[in-house]
Design a protein around this ligand. Sequence first.
Ligand SMILES: Nc1nc2c(ncn2[C@@H]2O[C@H](COP(=O)(O)OP(=O)(O)OP(=O)(O)O)[C@@H](O)[C@H]2O)c(=O)[nH]1
Ligand SMILES: [Mg+2]
Length: 219
Amino acid sequence: MPKIDLVAGLLDANEMLAEQNRTLFKQSKVFTVNLMGVPGTGKTSILEKIISSLKDKLLIGVVEGDLYTTTDAERIEKLDVPTVQINTKGECHLDAGTVRKACLDLPLHQIDLLFIENIGNLVCPAEFDLGENARLMVISVTEGNDKPWKYPLMFRRADAIIVNKTDLINYTDFDLKQFTEDMTNINQAAKIFPASATTSSGISDIADWLYKKIKKQAK
Ligand SMILES: Nc1nc2c(ncn2[C@@H]2O[C@H](COP(=O)(O)OP(=O)(O)OP(=O)(O)O)[C@@H](O)[C@H]2O)c(=O)[nH]1
Ligand SMILES: [Mg+2]
């Protein structure tokens, strides 16, 4: 079978499973967030801070995607939220079927907000719909201004972009104004949140945005 047909077939099959996940999440009244970004951009660190900020208002669950380790799940479990680790054993993204299986190990009906931390990568995760309600992307100021143009699909499909590690911005050439302008051309609808998981700057804005989205959907 030509490679291109195989890829198209995989994506079609994934789309079907993503629809099933959407139905499951809707029936379970759980709002799901697909958290994406390159390795080390601060996905887990941001997640730790958002969980701490929303934990008293919402019941939160987490699916942690990683190639081989359980490090991130161990970090999240310390916050006392139900967590399931997926090890993709080399696959560069999560897919809808794998997420579905992980959800079997979660008390989905008790959860209001489910985070899915995807594999660190700016290419593959963008193509695989997981049935999520929102796509949250993390980029950090140490990664450079050119990423939206180099990886447009990921940036085009994001509902919100967290620009993390702003505590380091003066040590980099990252230009937030330029980034915001570029994003206007690529994805005008995406919200942009400058933040730092280290200092907690910007975390309350992200938490408020998520909370409002969840309440709006629940109406
Ligand atoms: N200075 C600074 N460092 C940060 C910030 N956020 C995360 N880090 C550091 O960046 C490194 C990677 O953070 P993680 O949260 O593990 O990143 P990740 O995106 O989850 O990484 P993977 O799961 O491996 O893809 C750690 O050493 C964090 O302490 C931040 O806002 N500022
Ligand atoms: Mg992580």
